[in-house]
Design a protein around this ligand. Structure first.
Ligand code: FAD
Length: 264
């Protein structure tokens, strides 16, 4: 159920008394930029965007949404193609200002806030030549990718992103702050590892790290479409015997602009 525009207008000044992030309404100059997500075909207009700076802001936002009967959408990296990071007429809880990342190189653990992207995460962990399985595209958010499973370059050697997830600090729909881990709330932790976007707002996520790099070999080789059959046969034969350290994806896609095709 959506709240009326007037009750929302009345609620915002009260909300702003404690909220330390930004509250953005459709009339604010930043609104058009901030409401945008990766998939430009998604054109939803939230009634209010709460750009949180910390856990208490998220708790405030969830509580306000409940008291105003506003539908909620959580924005992590905003890369979800289906556009579930935003909502028409509801409250968008935007985590994109929450990008704190702490690496414990000795314990090989990283804890990152829900608005970090994989590029930002890797930048910090690579200072210690450590990494975990993240997305193949650096601008994807750690939140949505991990809570959905998470396939990436280190998959074969290190498992899915959720296989490396150690704990999640989550704000549930009733505004409670919970830590989900195998020791703290094993059932919730189990559920978060794959269906996570439906169980609350993940304020921060903790990952196991592995020694990787800092120098790695990678890249893209594009072949002409006419050679697809031959290339895919080659791919099948070669990948059957590759070591786990070597991840190779094949796809029938448009080559990036200006890509040089491998000679036949
Ligand atoms: C260009 C591109 C490349 C991709 N590459 C990969 C890949 O290599 N591997 C892979 O596994 N997937 C990949 N994906 C899919 C991607 O993992 C999912 O779309 C993922 O949901 C994106 O996460 P996000 O935080 O950026 O997205 P968002 O759009 O912000 O969120 C997606 C969903 O997760 C929820 N969500 C996000 N953050 C949180 C949070 N902190 N707490 C609670 N709910 C949250 C949102 O509410 C929404 O329902 C790719 C997608 C794109 C567009």
């Amino acid at each position: 159920m959506n709240t009326s525009a007037s009750s929302l207008a009345d609620a915002v000044p009260e909300f702003a008394k404690t909220f330390t992030g930004q509250l953005i309404r459709p009339t604010d100059p930043a609104y058009e930029d901030v409401r945008r997500i990766h998939n430009g075909l998604v054109d939803k207009r939230p009634a209010l965007i709460a750009r949180c700076r910390g856990v208490a802001d998220i708790v405030d936002a969830v509580s306000r949404a409940r008291s105003l009967s506003l539908e909620v959408a959580v924005r992590g990296g905003g890369h979800g193609v289906a556009g579930r990071a935003t909502v028409d007429g509801g409250l968008m809880i935007d985590l994109s200002l929450m990008k704190g990342i702490h690496v414990d190189p000795k314990a090989r653990i990283a804890r990152a806030q829900g608005g970090a992207t994989w590029g930002e995460f890797n930048r910090e962990t690579q200072l210690h030549a450590l990494a975990t399985t993240g997305g193949v595209v650096s601008t994807t958010g750690i939140g949505g990718l991990t809570l959905g499973g998470g396939v990436g370059w280190l998959l074969a050697k290190c498992g899915l992103a959720v296989d490396n997830l150690l704990a999640v600090d989550i704000i549930t729909a009733d505004g409670r702050v919970e830590r989900a881990s195998p020791a703290d709330d094993a059932d919730l932790f189990w559920a978060l590892r794959g269906a996570g976007a439906n169980f609350g707002v993940a304020a921060s996520l903790e990952y196991r790290l592995h020694p990787v790099g800092p120098t790695i070999t990678g890249g893209l080789v594009a072949h002409p479409f006419e050679q697809a059959r031959e290339v895919l046969r080659f791919y099948r034969a070669v990948t059957a015997s590759l070591p786990d350290e070597f991840t190779l994806f094949a796809g029938l896609i448009h080559a990036p602009d200006g890509a040089k095709l491998a000679p036949s």
